[in-house]
Design a protein around this ligand. Structure first.
Ligand code: ATP
Length: 241
C-alpha cells in the first residue's frame, strides 16, 4: 500500500519538552485515518509536522515523495498548497466574501486556475449549490464546515488533514460531516487524516492511531467507539502504554 505521507523517526522538541518522540508511521493512500490520544499527547504536533506546517527537530517527513526538510520555506509553502488540504474546527471561512469565493480563494492566491467542473461536483455532493452566493455567516455551522471541506478538496490535494472537524457541531451536523468525509475516501479515493477527541467520530475511520506521551502507542483497525473509549480511559488514567 503506498503512503501519501511518511514520517520516519520524527522527534519534535519545544525547548526541553518532547512533544513527539521518535514517531514512524505512514498515511496510506485512500484511507480515512483518525488520530486520538489524551490532551497533550502530541496529536496536533504530529499533524503540524505531517502537513509541513512545522519541521521536526529530527527525523524525516516525506509528502508525495518529497522530503520536507530539503525544502526552503517558500518551497515548503508551495508543497503544502499543492498537496495538502486543511479542515479546522472553526471552519476558517472569510466572512466578507461569498461561499463561492471562499472555495477558490486560496487556489487563486496560489496562481492556480480553479477546476470549475470539479468544484461544482463537490458542491453538488455536499448539497450547497443554493448557498454559494451567501456569506458564510448566513450558513449553519454544518453547512460552513461542508463548504470548508469543499475548499480543502478544491485543489485535489494528496491528503486532507481535519483537526476536530466536528468539534463545534451538533450531533446531526457532525454525523453529516463524518458521512461526507467517509464518502470522499470511499467514493473518490481521497486520503483523510482526522484528529478527534470523540470516539464515535474516530469509529467512522478505517484505522485509528492512538498517541500517548508523544509516541504512537496503537494502531486500531476498524475501531469501535466502545473499544476506543476504553483505550482512551486506560491512557488517561496512566494505564497500559
Ligand atoms: N508551540 C509550542 N511551544 C511549546 N510547547 C508546545 C507547543 N506546541 C505544543 N507544545 C506542547 O507539546 C505537547 C504536545 O502538544 P499537542 O498540542 O501536540 O498535543 P495534543 O495531543 O494535540 O493536545 P490537545 O488534545 O489538548 O489539543 C504539549 O505538552 C504541549 O504543551
Amino acid at each position: 500500500m503506498s503512503h501519501v505521507v511518511t514520517l520516519s523517526g520524527v522527534t519534535k522538541k519545544f525547548g526541553g519538552l518532547v512533544a513527539l518522540d521518535d514517531v514512524s508511521l505512514g498515511f496510506p493512500e485512500g484511507r480515512f485515518i483518525a488520530v486520538m490520544g489524551p490532551s497533550g499527547s502530541g496529536k496536533s504536533t504530529l499533524i503540524q509536522c505531517a502537513a509541513a506546517l512545522d519541521l521536526p527537530t529530527s527525523g524525516s517527513v516525506v509528502i508525495g515523495g518529497v522530503d520536507v526538510s530539503t525544502l526552503n520555506e517558500t518551497r515548503r509553502t508551495e508543497l503544502r498548497r499543492s498537496r495538502v488540504g486543511f479542515v479546522f474546527q472553526s471552519y476558517n471561512l472569510l466572512p466578507a466574501i461569498t461561499v463561492e469565493e471562499n472555495l477558490t480563494l486560496s487556489l487563486r492566491l496560489a496562481g492556480r486556475r480553479p477546476d470549475r467542473a470539479w468544484i461544482a461536483e463537490l458542491v453538488e455532493r455536499v448539497g450547497l449549490k443554493d448557498r454559494l452566493r451567501h456569506r458564510p455567516a448566513e450558513l449553519s455551522g454544518g453547512q460552513q464546515q461542508r463548504a470548508a471541506i469543499v475548499r480543502a478538496l478544491a485543489g485535489r490535494p494528496d491528503v486532507v488533514f481535519a483537526d476536530e472537524p466536528t468539534g463545534a457541531l451538533d450531533l446531526r451536523s457532525a454525523a453529516q460531516v463524518l458521512d461526507l468525509l467517509r464518502s470522499l475516501v470511499d467514493d473518490l479515493g481521497q486520503t483523510v487524516v482526522m484528529v478527534t477527541h470523540d470516539p464515535a467520530a474516530a469509529a467512522r475511520a478505517h484505522d485509528c492511531l492512538v498517541m500517548a506521551d508523544g509516541k504512537l502507542v496503537d494502531v486500531m483497525p476498524a475501531p469501535t467507539a466502545q473499544a476506543l473509549a476504553t483505550r482512551l480511559t486506560q491512557l488517561a488514567s496512566g494505564g497500559v502504554r
